[in-house]
Design a protein around this ligand. Structure first.
Ligand code: TXA
Ligand code: MG
Length: 360
């Protein structure tokens, strides 16, 4: 199939409207359109059409028990697909929609099991991006959209990333520039009495608690317990976000971490290996050997989220043999970032310092 890639930033309003009309027609006839959101690029199809959802799974190579998020542009669409919307969800919507928050509700019959991976619940999100919202409005249906990567690869945060994975597999890619946030939405299960975070994201537990008082975190997300619990979001159990080269995280205080990475890199380079190093603006100057990339600044964790997937893809393109990365603290946005980095590293962590240990 030929994939049309359309750069919306080069078009005037009239030409853009024509593109949205065309993309909406693709969606309504069961086809697929990739589009930008504020988090990552999504691979969209009609959420109410089981066959369209099946095409998404095929295009991504994704296991079909892994449910899709329905993207809406208007609150009215939520009541059309969710059986029951608790007051707590109304409160969250007022503050965080449109935005990087996905909520899970009991589904209405109109939502096919092919979209929800066989579950009686549906995940819903109103993205905060003009291209996403225009497309959903033009299509007139909720749009099911997973991240637009091939299953197992890092999520795409640019149209180029999306094309790398999806060219030839889908009808259209709408290029709306790089995604601002760079990691996927926070997912909260609203079907429990006390809402539960199933995937951490830009909206943190602290932000949710400020509004609701109490919000739990799925215990399978606890990094020390990841082996013992089955995550409630099916997607969380798969190896994910992974670069091609094996990656190891190094945690500890910054001086010890830099020293340890220098030591490891030196050993590998002696073995003629090509070593990728993920550092930060604050530590970049301490490194001299290997392929060194700063992921952003430790005092602006948003920059780290923004660059994370792009860096992993860059190392794929360069073709390094292994990646050593500085780790981050688990507080606030760091929690979501470490959730993705631990997966990318297959949970391989070295603690630098006096009591060095390797965990995996
Ligand atoms: O930011 C985002 O959420 C992006 C953009 C495109 O909106 N989308 C995204 O979709 O990350 P995806 O399919 O890559 O991840 C959706 C996650 C998966 O882990 C899936 O298992 C979980 O949401 N999920 C979806 N519906 C669910 C449900 N009914 N119950 C539990 N987990 C659900
Ligand atoms: Mg994904």
């Amino acid at each position: 199939m030929e994939t049309r890639i359309i750069n919306l930033r080069e078009l005037d309003q009239e030409a853009a409207s024509a593109v949205y009309a065309e993309a909406a027609a693709v969606i309504r006839s069961g086809g697929m359109v990739a589009f930008p959101t504020e988090t990552v690029y999504g691979l969209g199809a009609n959420a109410l059409d089981e066959e369209a959802s099946a095409r998404i799974y095929a295009a991504k190579g994704r296991p079909s028990d892994n449910p899709l998020i329905a993207h809406i542009a208007d609150k009215k669409q939520l009541y059309e697909i969710a059986e029951y919307v608790p007051d707590t969800a109304e409160l969250l919507m007022k503050t965080f929609w449109p935005g990087p928050l996905t909520m899970i509700f009991r589904k209405k019959e109109i939502v096919p099991y092919g979209t929800t991976g066989g579950l009686d619940t549906v995940a819903v999100r109103m993205p905060d991006h003009p291209v996403a919202l225009s497309l959903i409005r033009a299509a007139g249906v909720p749009i099911a959209a997973p991240s637009a990567n091939l299953s197992g690869r890092p999520s795409p945060t640019t149209a180029d990333h999306t094309a790398e994975d999806m060219d030839g597999r889908i009808e259209m890619i709408l290029d709306g520039g790089p995604c601002e946030i760079g990691i996927e939405s926070t997912i909260v299960d609203m079907t429990e009495d006390i809402p539960v975070i199933l995937r951490p994201g830009y909206i943190t537990q602290e932000m949710l608690c400020r509004l609701l008082g109490e919000v739990k975190v799925d215990q399978a997300l606890d990094p020390s317990r990841w082996k013992n619990f089955r995550p409630k979001a099916p997607g969380q159990k798969y190896k994910h976000y992974a670069p091609k080269a094996p990656m190891t995280l190094i945690e500890g205080n910054t001086t010890d971490v830099v020293k340890k990475i220098l030591e490891l890199a030196e050993e590998r380079i002696k073995e003629k290996k090509k070593v990728g190093i993920i550092c930060t603006d604050e530590t970049q100057d301490y490194y001299s050997h290997g392929v060194i990339r700063s992921i952003g600044s430790r005092i602006r964790m948003e920059s780290v989220a923004h660059n994370l997937y792009d860096i992993l893809r860059t190392f794929d393109d360069i073709g390094v043999d292994m990646i050593y990365s500085e780790a981050f603290d688990f507080d606030e946005l760091g929690y979501a970032i470490m959730n993705r980095m631990l997966k990318a590293a297959g949970h391989k962590v070295i603690r630098a310092g006096k009591t060095e240990e390797v965990t995996d």
